[in-house]
Ligand binder design. Structure first.
Ligand code: KG4
Ligand code: ZN
Length: 331
């Protein structure tokens, strides 16, 4: 439940992470079923926490992609039905745009234009983010995106999950790997710095390097003792790469503001290094809170609010889109 596109009245997250950790990843069929079971109780809880009733709702937004089709369909159809029943507008939101909207859920939101760094489980990309010109007075909150660079292989979050698995950490491994890296007292294990050309990223080499390092340590019977140092070395390679590419994007576009969204934006090593390096280069770096960095509905509601304020509703036929680039809105 979000008011005025900026204020979170309530944000309820029903995570399936613990359920899926035993499977080593998300099982799509089960994810869809879980969504169907949870969606109404979660909406009721969010309304009760916000102290609002159905009559208070001015519109309903739901993610239409990218993501797992079975899970997207549940939210999308629930939102369409709710909006139709209440006689309020419905709008489909691109999940990636919502991640870059999350840092604007603040009393003092950064005004576009800025560089957007999106780092999630499925995506790693840099965008030039500007105000959407078609949005009238509300344009400060309605963003539009131009792709500057993206990963050529794995996403940063995906690399965390794969390297985490090598170190025996359950999916999603990011938070625990982050904590393990911070706990390391030894010199970090050396990892390459993948720097493909221009503003692109590449993380699959880090996964290969980690697999090799872990195999060597297992062979030497020293994995347990060096686990944290492997985590620290891997984390340093990821956060340095993300930081330097993001600052290169600021230099290239001449922008002095940087907004970071997506699950990996919750990484403490990234928050620390990026904030420090940005300050050195005269760039203002903004993150969402930890809760709003990871998947949540508030960021979807916020993006939906600004789309609806600009008169951009979605047709009832809007379909779920498993694969979607940023910049494709409303189907
Ligand atoms: O944005 P998100 O919640 O879901 C997607 O849209 O993908 O991102 C989830 C990803 C997972 O790969 C998870 O391991 C990673 O974000 N992640 C982290 C941290 N917290 C979550 N990666 C590194 N450090 C963290 N603290
Ligand atoms: Zn996400």
């Amino acid at each position: 439940m979000v008011e005025d596109g900026r204020r979170v009245l309530s944000d309820v997250v029903s995570s399936q992470a613990a359920f899926f950790s035993r499977y080593g990843g998300v099982v799509p069929e089960l994810a869809g079923r879980n969504h169907a079971a949870k969606v109404l109780p979660v909406v009721r809880e969010a309304m009760s926490k916000a102290g609002v009733t159905y009559g208070d709702l001015g519109g309903v937004a739901a993610t239409f992609g990218p993501g797992l089709t079975g899970a997207l369909l549940v939210g999308l159809n629930f939102a369409k039905a709710l909006a139709a029943g209440l006689g309020v507008p419905f709008v489909g939101v691109n999940h990636l745009a919502a991640h870059l909207q999350a840092p604007l859920l603040s009393d003092d939101p950064p005004e576009p234009p800025f560089v957007g760094l999106l780092v999630s489980g499925g995506h790693t990309a840099l965008y030039e983010v500007g105000p959407d010109k078609g949005a009238g007075e509300r344009r400060g909150g309605l963003l539009r995106f131009r792709l500057l660079g993206e990963t050529l292989d794995d996403a940063a979050g995906e690399a965390y999950d794969k390297v985490g698995r090598l170190l025996g950490i359950h999916y999603p491994a990011g938070p625990a790997l982050d904590a393990l890296a911070a706990s390391s007292e030894d010199a970090p294990q050396p990892f390459p710095r993948p720097l493909p050309e221009r503003l692109n990223f590449s993380f699959s080499g880090l996964k290969t390097a980690a697999a090799r390092r872990v195999a060597e340590l297992v062979g030497a019977g020293r994995l347990e003792e060096r686990r944290a140092a492997v985590a620290a070395g891997f984390q340093a390679a990821v956060v340095e790469t993300l930081t330097e590419k993001a600052l290169a994007a600021c230099r290239e576009t001449g922008l002095h503001k940087l907004v970071v969204g997506g699950g990996v934006a919750a990484n403490r090593g990234l928050r620390e290094l990026l904030s420090r390096r940005a300050a050195e280069e005269g760039v203002e770096a903004r993150f969402a809170t930890l809760e709003l960095s990871m998947d949540n509905a508030a960021m979807v509601a916020a993006r939906g609010y600004f789309l609806l304020a600009a008169g951009r509703t979605s047709p009832p036929e809007l379909e779920a889109a498993a694969c979607l680039e940023l910049g494709v809105e409303n189907g």
